[in-house]
Design a protein around this ligand. Structure first.
Ligand code: SER
Length: 345
């Protein structure tokens, strides 16, 4: 809220303490025309808290907390990042469903109510994932090539099921919510979603994902620790470095709604096998010890994800283009960023 007591438009970020939240807060806090409200189950580090108008510790399943938020702030945009990732969700599928689906439903409902209050559509940015795809085996995956949004929507993980269903919920809230009600209600949710590939950050580590081997491999090498990779060398999925992920989220949030021909978009930067990743890491850190010790079950999940995704609609509708193709990702972001992170050099 401003010092005059007038409510300013606010951006709410859930899961703000995760690795996407960290980068997003950094970017969004550079603009002063909105309040920035961070919500996370854990307290954020002090340097991140400082960048937000308010930083709230709480659970997206807590209805009272969400009501309090609505009474205090005029929310115009929501980046709903809170989720249990794919590996973690397989250990606690029921909890994952509650957090990933019921949590999203709560936030969509909050967006709808906010829109009714202030009369403007609430933008709802939702990171989805390549985990919504489910290819039956590695041979089919090889043949499939770059997969379009409508293909192979048969997820094999709880997380993938949750993300795919929430994409549908977002579309429902945007176009069909309460379609049989006698009184025509304002459909105030403007849902926009990106299906992210594996994300790699030079600074933060993901928790509980299945594409984490890429991040773990690079960071272990930089720390001079041996790494046992849990997928085989030939396992291949698409990736993107964190600055591109943040840029794509913000670009999708800013594009005029008339330009959107769909509500869920693939985005990608490059595809690599775990073996190719190893070569690049060893080139940068010649003393790195990386062994392939596949975990059959986790490797099977990676086999069910496409080797590449077709992001033509994002390129056409809102000019999506990665700033970091593979060589630049390593030479200008990952390697220097990781060296700075660990050595301060
Ligand atoms: N990176 C995520 C995971 O591995 C997929 O979106 O769970």
């Amino acid at each position: 809220m401003s010092s005059s007591g007038i409510r300013r438009p606010a951006i709410l970020i859930t899961g703000a303490g995760g690795e996407v939240g960290y980068g997003l807060i950094d970017r969004l806090s550079r603009s002063a025309d909105h309040d920035l409200i961070a919500l996370d189950i854990k307290e954020l580090p002090a340097d991140v808290r400082e960048r937000c108008t308010s930083s709230i510790v709480g659970d997206i399943l807590d209805a009272n907390l969400l009501q309090r938020l609505v009474s205090q702030y005029e929310i115009h945009t929501i980046y709903h990042l809170a989720a249990l990732l794919s590996t973690r969700a397989e250990y606690t599928p029921d909890t994952a469903h509650r957090v990933n689906v019921e949590g999203t439903l709560n936030l969509l409902q909050l967006a709808h109510e906010q829109a009714r209050w202030h009369g403007n559509a609430v933008k709802f940015l939702f990171p989805s994932s390549i985990a919504v795809y489910g290819l039956p085996d590695a041979a089919t995956k090889l043949k499939a090539g770059a997969v379009r949004e409508s293909q192979w929507n048969f997820p094999t993980t709880m997380y993938g099921c949750n993300k795919l269903y929430c994409e549908h919920l977002g579309r429902y809230y945007t176009f069909h919510y309460r379609q049989l009600a006698a009184e025509k209600t304002l459909r105030g949710v403007d849902f926009r979603s990106l299906r992210f590939p594996g994300l790699i950050s030079a600074v933060t580590m993901p928790t509980g994902g299945t594409s984490d081997y890429a991040v773990e491999m690079i960071h272990s090498a930089a720390r001079n620790e041996p790494y046992d990779c849990f997928v085989p060398a030939e396992a291949k999925i698409p990736f993107m470095v964190m600055p591109d992920a943040i840029r794509s989220l913000i670009a999708l949030a800013e594009v005029p709604v008339e330009r959107l021909t769909q509500r869920v978009y693939n985005v990608t930067a490059f595809s690599l096998t775990a073996g190719e990743l190893q070569q690049r890491v060893v080139q940068a850190f010649p003393k790195a010890t990386i062994r392939f010790r596949p975990d059959v079950a986790r490797a099977r999940i990676v086999d069910s994800w496409p080797a590449d995704v077709d992001d033509t609609p994002a390129r056409k509708d809102w000019n999506w283009q990665p700033e970091y193709p593979v060589d630049k990702a390593f030479s200008e972001y990952l390697i220097p960023g990781i060296l700075r992170h660990y050595n301060g050099s």
